[in-house]
Design a protein around this ligand. Structure first.
Ligand code: 5RP
Length: 262
């Protein structure tokens, strides 16, 4: 089965597998959303089943909650957990300072709330997510449905005075209808090309009345685990200023490699 994985999926898998080593018995763990985070949930599920790991997971989406339960991980709400030891999540882009664009899967609001309520946030990503400047990946912002076109016009107008290359945006669709987030909102994807000042942009966007949250994660991520298609992993810790490399073997197990459809 592992032979059927693409190099990108192998990279995502080894990043997730390595990051699972950060999880210790008794921890309250934020569980990210997306294909890389789904690998993590599967790895943690295996550790719960086979090694007796005891953790409480706080999922960042209904998708992740369902998968975590299927994998045998105890799921609790953020309010039950109150504070988390660690959150592990994917990203759409990360830069040298470990600032991120997230929300490709539409879960940026819960993801940011959960990551911010954690002692530590670790990002898991294939090497293709690393960028010099954030902004090639369209920046998702979550907006309330009421007056969304007015909010979109206001956002695009405001972008004129910001340090970005482009300012077109599109409403994210799910087939013929708007994509709806877990919180019942819409997503606008901003095609910015290059973001010169991500910190400033994040603040300005969140000041607009119809904007609920934006996908820029500034100073939230503590470490990134970067996976490569050949099994190499690199762990960069921004606080410690350390870089460690490792290599993981692909060990095929039915539980990990079957029915992954996220
Ligand atoms: C979901 C996210 C994801 O973490 C991001 O889109 C990366 O996804 P993937 O691991 O599938 O590449 O932010 O809202």
């Amino acid at each position: 089965m592992s032979g059927e994985l693409s190099p990108i999926d192998k990279a995502k898998f080894v990043a997730a597998k390595r990051a699972a080593e950060f999880v210790e018995d008794g921890m309250r763990v934020g569980l990210g959303t997306g294909s890389t985070a789904a690998w993590l949930v599967r790895c943690l599920g295996e550790m719960v089943r086979d090694d007796g790991l005891r953790i409480k997971g706080v999922p960042t989406s209904t998708r992740t909650a369902q998968l975590a339960r299927e994998m045998g991980i105890e799921v609790i709400s953020l309010d039950e957990a109150k504070w988390l030891d660690l959150t592990i999540d994917g990203a759409d882009e990360f830069d040298i300072d470990l600032n991120l664009i997230k929300g490709g899967g539409g879960a940026l609001l819960q993801e940011k709330i959960v990551a911010t309520a954690s002692d530590q946030m670790v990002v898991i990503a294939d090497v293709g997510k690393e960028v010099q400047h954030l902004g090639s990946f369209p920046l998702p912002i979550e907006v309330i449905p009421f007056g969304w076109q007015t909010t979109q016009a206001l956002v695009e107008e405001t972008l004129i005075s910001m340090d970005v290359l482009g300012r077109n945006s599109t409403l994210r669709m799910n087939g013929e209808v708007p994509f709806i987030t877990d919180e019942g909102n819409y997503i606008l994807d901003l095609r910015l090309g290059r973001i010169g000042n991500a910190r400033q942009l994040a603040l300005v966007l969140n000041q607009m009345p119809g904007v609920v949250e934006n996908g820029l994660f500034i100073d939230i991520c503590d470490a990134v685990v970067i996976g490569y298609g050949d099994g190499r992993v690199e762990v960069r810790d921004i606080n410690e200023g350390t870089v460690a490399t490792d290599r993981l073997e692909f060990v095929e197990t039915d539980n990990l490699f079957s029915d992954l459809n996220d």
